[in-house]
Design a binder for this molecule. Structure first.
Ligand SMILES: C[S@@+](CC[C@H](N)C(=O)[O-])C[C@H]1O[C@@H](n2cnc3c(N)ncnc32)[C@H](O)[C@@H]1O
Length: 296
């Protein structure tokens, strides 16, 4: 994984994949989440300019494993994590850090309370592309938006602090679709750091995959369709190392954690992916954690 690449290759291109999925979700009559900016990213990048942004543009429609089921998965994930962030802000948190923000437009889409700051951490070339596209749309953020161009394997705390992050204020952290691309040691260090930077009352959500998902489901239609249709070989981008038990480590430090499957939310919302055989989503878990206030 090169540190300088933008959205046109390697792990940066996965941000376009999620943007295309959000565009498709946005145009569904029963959409779980709306992101009107998503299709503009897809159209603007040479790597994705020919990808669909509506399910009607996919010849086999919802039967297509990539633009049907996988895209719906991203739509559901977007909705669940939107709700989590809005809930955290509603509970009084005014500082938001998006780790591996990619083409996340929550700083523009969500109804933030007054006084919220959204820090977006990603590599410089990804944020530069995002800036260029959003600039062309004259998009107006609904919070104070602070891009922090830095690689999470480098001194991101220094960059975040220099950008105005306040350690004494509770923070809501999000690592959506990020941890698969980080070495296990980097994940452990990331959460050590998040814990250290989190004032009581902070919250955190992230997505992980159980180890077995990587190899046991390597012939899953989700992986093969993504590689064949858009040339993104997710398995070659994922770091194939045993993963740390980050939820356990956070619990050991006093965080209250809750681990859910995406399918729990499909059932809750009445739409989204359900389990199937040889399923690349079988090991996906969404983890939510809160650092209690001093009084608990
Ligand atoms: C699948 S995308 C997800 C983007 C966004 N969180 C979302 O869900 O739409 C993964 C993102 O992680 C970023 N990323 C991966 N490794 C990174 C690193 N070492 N430092 C900073 N960003 C990284 C990529 O550039 C990419 O934007």
């Amino acid at each position: 994984m090169a540190g300088t690449e933008g959205v046109d290759g390697g792990v940066g291109a996965t941000a376009l994949l999620v943007a295309a999925a959000r565009a498709i979700e946005t145009h569904r009559p029963d959409s779980l989440a709306r992101d009107v900016y998503a299709e503009h990213f897809v159209r603007a990048a040479p790597a994705s300019a020919g990808w669909p942004v509506r399910i009607g543009q996919v010849p086999d429609g919802d039967a297509n494993p990539l633009w049907g089921r996988f895209a719906r998965y991203f739509g559901l994930r977007t909705r669940v994590l939107d709700d989590f962030l809005v809930r955290s802000a509603g509970a009084g948190i005014r500082q938001v850090v998006l780790l591996g923000a990619g083409l996340d437009t929550r700083a523009f889409r969500l109804d933030w309370p007054a006084g919220c700051t959204v820090f977006e951490i990603d590599r410089e070339a990804v944020l530069a592309f995002k800036h260029r596209v959003l600039g062309g749309l004259a998009a107006a953020p609904t919070a104070l938006r602070v891009p922090v161009p830095v690689d999470l394997r480098e001194d991101w705390v220094g960059a975040l602090t220099a950008a105005g992050f306040e350690r004494s204020a509770p923070t809501v952290w999000l690592a959506e679709g990020l941890l698969f691309y980080l070495p296990s040691a980097a994940e452990t260090e990331l959460f050590d750091t998040v814990d250290r930077l989190s004032a009581p009352g902070s919250s955190l959500a992230y997505e992980v995959k159980l180890d077995r998902d990587l190899l046991e489901y390597r012939t899953s239609p989700l992986y093969t369709a993504t590689a064949e249709q858009i040339g993104i070989d997710l398995l070659s981008l994922f770091i194939g190392e045993p993963r740390p038990d980050s939820a356990g480590a956070l619990a050991g430090r006093g965080w209250c954690t809750c681990v859910r499957t995406p399918f729990d939310y499909t059932r809750e919302h009445g739409r989204g992916p359900l389990p199937e055989s040889n399923d690349a989503l079988a090991g996906n878990r969404w983890v939510f954690a809160n650092k209690p206030t001093a009084l608990g």
